[in-house]
Write a protein that binds this ligand. Structure first.
Ligand SMILES: Cc1ncc(COP(=O)(O)O)c(C=O)c1O
Length: 458
């Protein structure tokens, strides 16, 4: 075996097997990192083994160990080892998953994985799909289909005529991630098209307010964007009710289920996504809660025709085959990584029960950590976790809870024992707990609670 391949595999294994001893994060000085990584680009190059070994050493201090079990920031999953192994094969095979002809195996693996996912996630069998880089591009892909369909229904071909002069699309949103708005920008729909619908106290869209808005302008081409698990509370919109209401007004319902959609895999949690199959499109990630490497998002569209028309391009050199799917007709990109391969490996390894167990375990551990943190003096629990997201803040004797919360987060993160992010919620500075890593254990939780306790004392 080439020494650089062997060494990279050893170093990678060493890295992922030693999270317990790594600091989750370390003080990183950008200039110190630059000093290490800015090498002279030599004329004749260097031995590959040396390059790999130096890369590992030089990048080390700049790695956020978010793939380990004591990382609770944003919503980042880890990587189940078999998915890393399959990702290596993906790179070694170096297939261009643009067309069936480029890689029959990659094309068929996408079909298989999409069928498994639709089954696990409770989505309609006929839904079309695209394996994209992340939920951001899943929004873009799904909403391109929405844009096509809503305007085609008005006799307007957006693919040929663009948006100038088209009937304006409006987008009704409740709780949403900013990537949804960026997808609207990419699509030329623009953020001025967004109408924010008021929210219930539990973080879900107010159905009565949505109804009023839908009735205001019944002929407008309309997208209703819902959340399956919002970032702060993990709240789920009432899909059943909203889909019926929106469809009665010919609106397209899009669901951001970047991580929350995965609760559909669990018998215990599936009730949270009741009615989800009635939507028109769904965007999710595999690199979050399925714990596969980046870049891995998936778009599903209930109307394959709208999906395909919005993405396909004519290619003179297309090789025709019977009964196969050319991925470029469904994706925003052309040449692309065969990114369904790690999903194939991880789904086969876990099985349905393994996926469900992983999701449930993360939710149970989130309950556990929030409860234990809430028992510490000076910690206020703001939301009881619905799934894997929780919010707490730290109270100050002088009443400046925002500053105290920031200070405690800083101390915890500096300890290297855990990593949490801060955010604003209901006008308060809060610490968000997000747990979507298969690696996190009960021992990790105890270790983290001890670190928070220590941070509170100093
Ligand atoms: C609810 C939600 N939607 C969309 C996204 C964007 O996903 P990605 O970073 O995979 O594009 C995120 C990322 O955190 C998210 O939490």
């Amino acid at each position: 075996m080439k020494p650089e391949l062997k060494r990279a595999a050893e170093l990678a294994a060493e890295y992922i097997e030693s999270f317990d001893t790594h600091k989750v994060s370390q003080e990183t000085d950008a200039d110190a990192l630059r000093a290490k990584l800015y090498k002279d680009l030599t004329r004749d190059g260097l031995p590959p083994l040396q390059v790999i070994e130096e890369l590992f050493e030089d990048a080390k201090d700049g790695l956020l160990n978010s793939a380990g079990g004591r990382f609770f920031g944003w919503v980042l999953g880890g990587t189940i080892p078999v998915s890393i192994a399959a990702d290596w094969l993906t790179s070694a095979w170096d297939q261009n998953a643009a067309t069936y002809a480029c890689s029959p195996a990659a094309a068929i693996i996408e079909e298989v994985v999409a069928d498994w996912l639709k089954d696990i996630l409770g989505l309609p069998k006929q839904a079309s799909y695209a394996f994209v880089t992340g939920c951001q591009m899943a929004h873009f892909t799904a909403l391109a289909a929405a844009r096509h369909k809503l305007l085609a229904d008005k006799g307007w071909s957006v693919e040929e005529r663009g948006l100038a002069g088209s009937p304006p699309i409006r987008v009704l949103v409740g709780e949403h991630h900013e990537t949804l708005l960026r997808a609207l920008r990419y699509l030329g729909i623009g953020t001025n098209a967004v109408v924010r619908i008021s929210m219930e106290d539990d973080g879900t869209i107010a159905v009565a307010a949505l109804k009023t808005e839908l009735e205001k302008n019944p002929d407008a081409p309309t997208i209703v964007a819902l959340a399956a698990g919002d970032l702060n509370r993990g709240a789920f919109d009432p899909f059943d009710e909203v889909c019926e209401l929106a469809h009665a007004h010919n609106a397209w319902v899009h669901i951001d289920g970047a991580f929350g959609l995965w609760v559909a895999a669990s018998d215990r949690l599936r009730h949270l996504v009741k009615g989800i199959e009635k939507a028109d499109s769904w965007a999710t990630d595999a690199h979050k809660w399925l714990n596969v490497p980046y870049d891995s998002g998936i778009a599903f569209v209930a109307d394959p025709e709208a999906h395909k028309i919005s993405m396909t391009i004519p290619v003179a050199y297309k090789v025709e085959f019977e009964n196969v799917r050319d991925q470029f007709e469904w994706n925003p990109d052309w040449s692309r990584r065969a990114r369904a391969i790690p999903l194939y490996a991880v789904l086969r390894t876990l099985g349905r029960k393994g996926v469900a167990d992983m999701i449930e375990r993360c939710c149970d551990l989130t309950q556990d950590i929030v409860k234990k943190l809430g028992e510490l003096p000076g910690v206020e629990v703001l939301t009881t976790p619905i799934i894997n997201q929780g919010l707490v803040r730290f109270l100050a004797a002088d009443g400046n809870h925002d500053a105290r919360t920031d200070e405690i987060i800083k101390r915890i993160n500096q300890s290297g024992e855990a990593w949490f992010g801060g955010t604003w919620w209901n006008g308060m500075r809060v610490m968000r707990i997000s747990l979507s890593n298969f690696r996190t254990t009960g021992e990790d939780i105890d270790r983290v609670v001890a670190a928070v306790k220590a941070a509170l004392k100093t």
